[in-house]
Design a protein around this ligand. Structure first.
Ligand code: MN
Ligand code: MN
Length: 459
């Protein structure tokens, strides 16, 4: 039952193919640190491969046929790509789904204030974080500011090497006696995640001169005013690009591998698809880290509505045909898994853990306690997937998230499974999940992309 190390499959020439594939992934996660940036880049990449906007097709009253490639953009935060198959939609689809939101610090609606000649931005954290990890790091600000005029301003501060960065202070060790007696969850508290953004007062006679100076910079450089923060979505994220990790460069350290590593590999596999039998889908969704809620989360009707629109464009729509299309589908719910970490061995059960270097991980179930809240994938479906992986020489492993009763987690799997389709969780193993800088193995990234491609070809 021991799985082999996937690097051993490859000679030096083939290892270079693995390494080269990861160069574009490094660029993808370095450039795209928010759900909006991921969706915009996905649209750019899809268009270059011949995809068209489904909204335009609907507006023009055009019809769709087998082989056509379309995308549907939901509020610039969630996107679905389709390649129309030769078989009718009601025979089912082959779906890859991943999420493009990651844990971070969101600016509050009224964020800017001055205290003791220092200007701060107040935040509300998003997703599950260890708050003490987010202090004394260079942070960048990414997002949008929507003006009353309807104009939307894009903001990225802290990524260009010539940009300033911002960050959150921590208490000096010399005065930390009380702080270090606290529980880990309380060492740094949510309301104390305040980002330092300035300390230079204006030369004029105003009050709050440091804050006024920061506002002047935002106005002149980005064209928005303090009140415009009310209709802004700005995320503070770790600043700087993803880097090769390890002296052998076998891994990547980056922000937001969860779950952009599965989004990227799903997208890469999807963009290779031409003229499939069943319709292929790549679904990249927002809001997974906070429960898949809202219009752009997986629980939204967006996907179901989009499939209905697609069927209408092919004169295949009826209520019952839509339900059959969903029920007859197969899905890989693609999300990261916890990689076994010898530094923290006690939380894992070694026979059923994921390991760096052993390829794509299949999680029959996630959940917590007695499998609470999980999608427990069917044995028959796993049998089929094993065959597809083995036929295509894809390195895969199976795991659950830690020891029984150690904790747990969830994904979007259960939401798609509620349409009565076959769904399993699978993805890339990660060290430091949800930390500002997470780590993946390059060979796992590559094997995962190969696994997704094999699924789209043969499922
Ligand atoms: Mn995830
Ligand atoms: Mn997560």
């Amino acid at each position: 039952m021991e799985r082999k190390n996937a690097w051993e499959k490859y000679d030096d020439a083939k290892r270079q193919v693995v390494l080269d594939f990861n160069e574009d992934y490094k660029k993808f996660i370095s450039d795209n640190k928010t759900e909006r940036e991921c969706v915009a880049d996905t649209i750019r990449r899809a268009k270059a491969c011949g995809y068209r906007d489904l909204d335009e097709i609907i507006k023009n009253g055009e019809s769709l046929k087998a082989g056509d490639k379309v995308y549907a953009n939901n509020m610039n935060k969630t996107i679905a790509l389709f390649v129309i198959g030769s078989r009718p939609l009601e025979d089912g689809m082959k779906i890859l789904g991943a999420h493009v939101d990651s844990p971070r610090l969101d600016l509050k609606q009224n964020p800017l204030y001055e205290d003791t000649d220092i200007a701060y931005l107040d935040t509300h954290y998003y997703g599950g974080i260890k708050k003490y990890q987010w202090v004394t790091l260079p942070l960048a600000l990414h997002g949008v500011v929507a003006l009353k005029t309807g104009e939307v301003i894009n903001v990225v501060i802290g990524e260009d090497p010539s940009d300033p960065v911002v960050g959150i202070s921590d208490l000096l060790i010399h005065l930390s006696a009380d702080q270090l007696d606290k529980k880990g969850a309380k060492v740094i508290e949510g309301e104390d995640l305040n980002i330092t953004v300035g300390s230079m007062p204006l030369t004029s006679e105003e009050k709050e001169k440091v804050k006024a100076n920061v506002l002047g910079i935002l106005k002149s450089k980005y064209g928005f005013e303090e009140e415009d923060f009310l209709s802004a979505e700005i995320e503070a994220v770790p600043a700087g690009p993803a880097r090769d990790f390890g002296l052998d460069r076998s891994m990547i350290m980056g922000y937001g591998h969860d779950d952009r590593v599965c989004a990227y590999t799903s997208l890469a596999a999807m963009l290779e698809v031409e003229n499939p039998d069943k319709t292929c889908v790549c679904l990249l969704v927002d809001k997974e880290e906070i429960g898949s809620v809202g219009a752009t989360g997986m629980q939204s009707k967006f996907f179901e509505n989009t499939v209905a629109e697609l069927m209408e464009c092919m004169s295949q729509y009826s209520g019952i045909a839509l339900r059959r299309a969903l029920k007859n589908s197969k899905m890989l719910s693609s999300d990261v898994s916890a990689a076994y970490d010898p530094n923290y061995a006690s939380v894992n059960e070694k026979k059923n853990s994921a390991y760096f270097g052993r390829g794509i991980v299949f999680n029959k179930y996630t959940g917590s306690r007695g499998k609470g809240g999980c999608n427990d994938s069917n044995a028959e479906y796993i049998g089929e997937l094993r065959k597809i992986m083995d036929n295509n020489d894809v390195a895969f492993q199976t795991a659950e998230l830690g020891k029984v009763d150690q904790g747990g987690g969830g994904t979007i799997a259960y939401i798609l499974a509620s349409y009565d389709m076959q769904v399993i969780d699978c993805g890339v193993p990660v060290h430091n999940m949800h930390a500002p800088w997470e780590v993946v193995s390059k060979v796992d990234v590559y094997e995962t992309k190969c696994g997704y491609a094999a699924f789209l070809k043969e499922a």
